[in-house]
Design a protein around this ligand. Structure first.
Ligand code: MTE
Ligand code: MO
Length: 324
């Protein structure tokens, strides 16, 4: 497989530069006025952010598993991103043209700092770190990915949800012109767009939960969910929603795409759990993408994808067969 890097479009990035520069100035003034100071470690992403561009100042974190990393080529060419088609190779082909700048993230609901944030302002206060996580898809395969991002908990603390915020919902971009899979019937994805996901607030605040902007030290390729995606390593991959445009703090358990598509197959929690099979297949084992062939003995799937020590306490007293 070949790694194709996007050629930068000088003209449009110059325009973006100017626009973002004035937006940043405005944000800085507002931040100063409200006393919401920026962390001194604040990192400035380049205004024209291209997939494959190196991210600076990324620190390695202690969150890592020691398995062999899945290759960049596999991580960026074997994808689930139904907005660009249902087969694994479509996102790499069709997501390239998606525009990820300018991009805004809307924050709304039960929160003290709602608003429409420019993506770079949204990311800027946070130091970037590399975390090596296992991604376990509900389709019983896994990858080992060196993500670059920052804890969702830090973002939530900054946004100050109020006491009614019991859940947080995330929403992906809805733009059928850019995302052909959203044109009903064309690719047959049949999902109720836009793609939505949600977490209980304590799951969202768990230190493992990551907002991701890159992988392998570089800006996230579009097919992996640029410019901003979630990664929740103890849950099946579909909880890790891509290309986020909205965060909504809510009181009641929010609607989620796969649960709406089939509530008997995909629960709200969707914790990786080898003891609860999918109605149509086993979840006891998995195949490592890029390494295991169809004939290799499968690897055992671990409870909470191997993160039980960090997250099992979130579910004490819950029947995980009922709340799958
Ligand atoms: N918006 C959106 N997010 C999504 C999906 C999707 O189809 N649309 N697929 C999910 C699934 S099923 C998986 S396994 C992971 C795959 O992430 P990756 O392509 O970076 O490996 O993204 C998740 N996030
Ligand atoms: Mo998945």
């Amino acid at each position: 497989m070949l790694l194709i890097k996007q050629a930068p479009d000088i003209k449009s990035s110059e325009i973006t530069d100017k626009k973002l520069f004035s937006e940043r100035r405005r944000f800085l003034r507002t931040a100063a006025a409200t006393g919401a100071g920026l962390a001194s470690s604040a990192l400035w992403l380049p205004a024209s952010v291209q997939a494959g561009e190196k991210l600076s100042g990324v620190r390695k974190s202690t969150y890592k598993i020691d398995d062999k990393l899945t290759s960049y080529d596999y991580i960026t060419s074997y994808n689930n991103f139904y907005e660009f088609g249902t087969d694994k190779s479509s996102p790499a082909k069709f997501a390239k043209k998606m525009k990820t700048r300018p991009w805004t993230v809307v924050v709304e609901g039960e929160v003290n700092k709602p608003g429409t944030y420019d993506i770079d302002d949204f990311i800027k206060p946070h130091a970037l770190e590399e975390r090596i996580y296992r991604l376990r898809c509900v389709e019983a395969w896994s990858m080992i990915v060196p993500w670059v991002g920052f804890p969702l908990a830090d973002v939530i603390k900054r946004l100050e949800p109020n006491s009614r915020a019991k859940y947080v919902q995330f929403v992906t971009l809805y733009d059928p012109e850019q995302m052909p899979g959203q044109k009903r019937g064309l690719f047959g994805g049949g999902l109720d767009w836009p793609y939505r996901e949600g977490l209980r607030i304590d799951e969202a605040m768990n230190p493992l939960t990551l907002f991701v902007v890159g992988l392998y030290g570089e800006v996230l390729p579009n097919q992996n969910g640029a410019p901003l995606r979630l990664v929740v390593p103890w849950k099946y991959g579909f909880k890790s929603i891509k290309s986020i445009v909205k965060m909504r703090f809510v009181e009641k358990q929010p609607a989620t795409t796969w649960n709406m598509a089939g509530s008997s197959e995909y629960g709200f929690y969707s914790n990786v759990n080898p003891n609860v099979d999918h109605p149509r297949w086993s979840q006891k084992s998995e195949r490592r993408i890029g390494e295991d062939s169809w004939f290799t003995p499968k690897r055992k799937t671990l409870m909470f994808n191997g993160y039980a020590d960090q997250v099992a306490h979130l579910y004490t007293g819950m029947d995980l067969k009922k709340h799958f």
